[in-house]
Design a protein around this ligand. Structure first.
Ligand code: SAM
Length: 232
């Protein structure tokens, strides 16, 4: 089969995630992916798609990019049932774990995009998302890998476009160079205000946060740093 042409390859952003598969799924996870995912999966958009149409009667749509094992996504969805949630994550074991959380909590306000969030952002209309979580994105700590980091000018332009004015973005990392680079990128964009008033605002986790398994491993080189950015 012929591969993608040169223009397609050039247009494709550098991959920001690591493995998408790995250990074999447990029997429950296998069942959830094989028979449960279909009900929660967002179909590949053909042209523009409005995320608000996925959640009739809900107040707003919030987005989590790179939900990992889904602990935070499930917690937020269970505590904010009047909000529709879109979770993006290409790692299949993470998708299976999120499906287990959805089942255990009988959630009806979550839809999943088991793929690169950037493809979904491109299809969403302007101003359709009210809140975004990007928590401990892949750190790509080696200098030669840093171009794989999710927070890049092109990504922030795409994110800004889909956010409603006044929408908030929560970003967290425990890698000092990523914290510096991400803040600089958000502020250089010009369409995000950093809301911090005191050091506690970036040193302490927000009250509605739950610690995930990944975060508790403390794989980074500093304590977690939290940014809240408001879309202007
Ligand atoms: C280091 S993990 C952290 C997971 C989770 N946020 C947490 O705090 O436990 C980062 C996750 O982001 C996902 N990711 C990276 N790039 C992504 C993209 N472009 N779209 C969706 N997910 C992405 C990866 O697959 C990975 O599971």
């Amino acid at each position: 089969m012929p591969g993608p042409d040169k223009d397609t390859l050039k247009a494709r952003p550098i991959r920001s995630f690591g493995r998408t598969g790995g250990r074999p799924l447990s029997p429950r996870q296998q069942r959830l992916v094989e028979t449960g995912l279909e009900a929660f999966r967002i179909p590949a958009p053909e042209g523009a798609f409005d995320p608000r149409a996925l959640f009739p009667g809900k107040d707003e749509v919030w987005l989590e990019i790179g939900f990992g094992g889904g602990e935070h996504l499930v917690h937020q969805a269970a505590t904010n049932r009047q909000t529709g949630f879109i979770g993006c994550e290409p790692f299949i074991e993470g998708v299976a774990k999120a499906l287990a959380g959805i089942e255990d909590n009988q959630l009806t306000n979550v839809r999943l995009w088991p793929d690169d969030a950037r493809d979904l952002l491109a299809a969403m209309p302007q101003g359709s998302i009210a809140r975004v979580f990007i928590l401990f994105p892949d750190p790509w700590p080696k200098r030669r890998q840093q171009k794989r980091r999710l927070i890049q000018p092109a990504f922030l332009a795409a994110l800004h476009r889909v956010l409603a004015p006044g929408a908030h973005v929560r970003f967290a990392t425990d890698v000092a160079s990523y914290a510096d680079e991400a803040l600089l990128a958000f502020l250089s964009h010009g369409g995000f205000d950093w809301t911090a008033q005191s050091a506690d605002d970036w040193r302490r986790p927000p009250a509605d946060h739950v610690t995930t398994r990944y975060e508790s491993k403390k794989l980074g080189d500093c304590d977690p740093i939290w940014y809240d950015l408001a879309r202007t």
